[in-house]
Design a protein around this ligand. Structure first.
Ligand code: UDP
Length: 374
């Protein structure tokens, strides 16, 4: 069968590879000049630093099968994401852990003391079932830590009040009563030695896959395929006929310097009066490399216009209603599978994207057959 895959990001590459392995013929189109979507990495010609062009991507997962999958296409080297936050003239450790709590309150508490301190003097225990981001923060860390680390950052990141955002966004971050400052709780974490673009190129390196870059999708192309896998924005497939789903986009103010600019990969800025959310220093994402110069991004979030790159689906009440309508249209579109972050309008981490892509394949093979036994 002939499959047309729109988008050469993680979803498109993983699905394309599995279908090609099963003997199908795959054409992938992508409007950008590179594969790997928003996890694209590129070496800076001036400094040699491997840059995460669309902002930092750190691979972390609990899914052993997904971890084995990515390690089959790239050598992953150990990387621990350790994030700092500059607030009120001090630098703190994130996610909020015992070091953050002791430093912030000027104390030397042990784990149980800190837990009791937060629960009795900080947390708002009258909130029994937190619904919003703000309620979740007030319930678990209390007003002082919320105001310092989460409130301003979240307003900048999402462009709305944290009372309007779901608690699930904050639930991404752990709260720890020990000195573990690993940003993620997952068993597996690392970075592909040569970057994500090299990894996606390896996934796509198959005789049955033809990749056409700088090639925007047209509905004419779809007519020549037996089935379409769409990883572009869900609303874009339907020509935005019902209106646009809301996204946040990011602007990066890139600058280079000599030496080490900030001493870590990610420095967040919690305060509202600093216009950017964070500064990322890309050579620290590849700590096994050594460079004299450095490349940094100041990161600004804003609402996504028609010509901007969509990053974060907003999914507030109005988007959810519109999403339901687009989902109904997608459901009725028998010749198309909608996949990935943009195709399903969800805030997906890379590992979940790969898991969902792998899980889609058996159904497609059942429907379209397996020309070649694996
Ligand atoms: N967040 C915050 N302060 C921080 C870091 C994160 O308030 O210093 C909030 C913010 O709303 C963000 C959410 O926590 O969207 C989840 O953080 P995470 O680091 O998972 O965001 P990502 O950049 O990966 O989307």
């Amino acid at each position: 069968m002939n499959f047309l895959i729109v988008g050469a990001g993680l979803s498109g590459a993983v699905i394309g590879r599995a279908l090609a392995d099963a003997g199908h013929k795959i054409t992938i189109v992508d409007s950008r000049p590179h594969v790997a979507g928003n996890c694209h990495t590129e070496r800076c010609a001036e400094t040699g630093v491997l840059v995460h062009v669309y902002g930092p991507h750190i691979f972390h997962t609990d899914d052993a099968e997904v971890w084995d999958y990515v390690n089959g296409f790239a050598r992953f080297l150990p990387y621990r994401n350790r994030v700092k936050s500059t607030v009120g003239g001090s630098v703190y450790s994130l996610p909020v852990n015992l070091h953050t709590i002791n430093q912030f309150f000027g104390k030397t508490m042990r784990p149980d003391e800190a837990r009791a301190f937060i629960e009795t003097t900080q947390a708002d225990t009258t909130i029994t079932d937190p619904q919003s981001f703000e309620e979740q923060a007030l319930r678990f860390v209390g007003r002082d830590l919320y105001d310092a680390f989460f409130r301003g950052y979240t307003e900048k990141q999402w462009g709305c009040a944290p009372t309007e955002l779901p608690a699930s966004i904050l639930k991404r971050l752990p709260l720890r009563f020990n000195y573990d400052d690993n940003y993620f709780n997952h068993r597996f974490q690392g970075m592909p030695e040569q970057g994500y673009t090299a990894m996606v190129e390896a996934i796509l390196a198959h005789d049955g896959i033809d990749v056409h870059l700088e090639t925007p999708f047209t509905h004419e192309m779809a007519k020549r395929a037996d089935h379409v896998i769409w990883s572009g924005p869900l609303d874009a497939y339907f020509g935005y006929s019902l209106g646009r789903l809301g996204y946040r986009t990011l602007d990066f103010e890139r600058f280079t310097d000599t030496g080490d600019y900030q001493g870590c990969a990610v420095m967040n800025y919690g305060a509202r009066d600093v216009p950017y959310t964070r500064i990322t220093e890309h050579k620290h994402f590849a700590p096994w490399e050594s460079h004299d110069a450095t490349v940094c991004y100041r990161e600004y979030a804003r609402s996504c216009g028609p010509d901007d790159i969509p990053y974060y689906p907003i999914r507030l009440v109005e988007e959810k209603a519109l999403l339901g309508e687009y989902e109904a249209l997608a459901e009725a579109e028998d010749g198309v599978s909608f996949v990935g972050r943009l195709g399903t309008y969800r805030y997906l981490d890379m590992d979940v994207t790969i898991r969902e892509a792998l899980d889609l394949v058996p159904g497609l093979l059942q429907r379209f057959g397996t020309p070649k036994s694996p």
